[in-house]
Write a new protein. Structure first.
Length: 317
């Protein structure tokens, strides 16, 4: 039986730093020489306000023992945007690529809106010190809302394959329940291609079948033996803050990166109790010394922490 073996909650933001008050969201791990560096988004309440700001930091795990934290960032790795820019109110990691002597971070930039809770677009930043600090390529996003996704882009996965960059991304298609305290965004997964990793061609065609009430986001891909293996967050479009309609992690495969076939074979759902009993979301799969590990967020969209699971009894690798 192919399955994921839970290793438990490895990190929970709870005032380790002044800017790290709550939530550990969207883990983005990279493999360094002796450690796994996991970038994540966290929240801090703005003084004398009902609002929060979101910053990106990291924690390091021992490469030989992924349950042991050996370091936590003292400050955010990237500054929020200036007033009026797309990343003014928050930055969350989306995908990290190691390239020669630098690390490229594709990140979600958040700005609050008056008629909808937020708008989000994708920016790009670069680090030359193993991810301790990042510099943005500019104040503008490189992937923004367009004709097909009119309300924004909230997560990406990117790699370089056969002389071109390829991307899976989650496009925001609509908002609902705007007259309620908890409006809901509708988003699905799409694909795009690029020659330089900055300017992208987007077809506007969703890559997976969906029902009217489906939402899909945060794709993560491992390619082995000519097969692309995709995991992504999946929930109902409304009433999703509970175990019945909340996030689970779905799975699909593709040979050409365009046509994807969903499967329950390696999906991942919430546990019976504990920090991930209501939802599991925002997956990131990484290969470490011949083993696949799944990083994910637990209850409350990561308020209860980040967990790890190990893939066992599988022929993927």
């Amino acid at each position: 039986m192919k399955k994921w073996e839970r290793m438990g909650c490895v990190f929970k933001a709870e005032n380790q730093q002044t800017w790290m008050e709550s939530h550990s969201q969207v883990p983005c791990p990279i493999l360094l020489e002796d450690r796994i560096r996991v970038f994540f988004a966290t929240r801090k309440k703005i003084e004398n306000s009902d609002y929060f700001e979101s910053n990106t930091g990291f924690f390091d795990l021992d490469r030989k023992d992924l349950t042991r934290i050996i370091n936590i960032s003292e400050r955010p790795v990237i500054n929020l945007g200036n007033n009026g820019t797309f990343s003014q109110h928050g930055i969350s990691p989306s995908h990290v690529i190691c390239e020669k002597e630098k690390i490229n971070l594709y990140f979600g930039g958040w700005s609050r809106q008056s008629d909808t809770p937020y708008e989000i677009a994708i920016g790009l930043a670069c680090s030359k010190d193993n991810g301790l600090t990042f510099e943005k390529f500019g104040d503008d996003p490189i992937i923004n809302r367009d004709l097909h996704e009119p309300f924004g882009v909230n997560s990406v996965w990117i790699d370089y394959h056969k002389d071109e960059w390829r991307m899976l991304y989650s496009g925001v298609l609509a908002w609902s329940n705007l007259s309620t305290p908890k409006p809901s965004a509708k988003y699905l997964l799409f694909c795009a291609s690029s020659t330089d990793g900055k300017k992208w061609y987007r077809s506007g065609d969703a890559i997976l079948p969906s029902k009217p009430d489906d939402c899909q986001c945060v794709p993560t891909v491992i390619t082995c033996g000519g097969i692309n293996h995709l995991w992504y967050s999946h929930r109902k479009g409304s009433d999703y803050r509970n175990a019945l309609g909340g996030y689970t992690i779905s799975y699909a495969t593709s040979e050409d990166f365009t046509h994807w076939k969903p499967s329950d074979r390696l999906s991942f759902t919430h546990s019976e109790s504990g920090f991930d009993s209501q939802m599991v979301c925002y997956p990131a799969v990484i290969q470490v010394d011949g083993v696949l590990f799944l990083f994910y967020c637990g209850n409350g969209f990561g308020k209860e922490g980040i967990g790890i699971a190990k893939l066992v009894d599988s022929e993927i690798l």
